[in-house]
Design a protein around this ligand. Structure first.
Ligand code: FES
Length: 117
């Protein structure tokens, strides 16, 4: 897991600047706090990012310390997985983590934190 804290003024047209894509390890997570919200930025195998809340809904593990497998964020504590598109846990769809629309502009990962994906 890597970590960064963007400034409060990086919200442009509703998109919040979170970090450089290069800061996110391949198939891994990057911890970001934006407006007091702990977030996890992941990099998929195809190099595209995904953004979720960082706190695992199972027991509070930090998802950004986990890894990406088969399109899911895998929690480092008990290996629960969460689909990076929907946030749903494939083994228990009643449990999910919030995911956010994400884009890359000039190598920076941005997310709409006012919407869930
Ligand atoms: S805290 Fe994430 S799987 Fe248990």
């Amino acid at each position: 897991m890597t970590h960064s804290t963007p400034s409060e003024q990086d919200s442009i047209d509703g998109w919040s600047d979170l970090c450089a894509l290069d800061q996110v390890p391949d198939a891994g997570g990057h911890y970001v706090v934006h407006s007091d919200r702990p977030l996890a930025v992941f990099r998929r195998a195809d190099n595209t990012p995904a953004v979720t809340d960082d706190t695992c809904p199972h027991a509070g593990g930090s998802l950004s310390a986990g890894h990406v497998r088969d399109g899911c964020a895998v929690c480092p504590w008990h290996a629960w997985a969460f689909d990076l598109e929907t946030g749903a846990c494939p083994d228990n769809p009643a449990i999910s983590v919030a995911t956010y629309p994400t884009r890359v502009i000039d190598g920076r990962v941005q997310a709409r934190l006012d919407r869930t994906a």
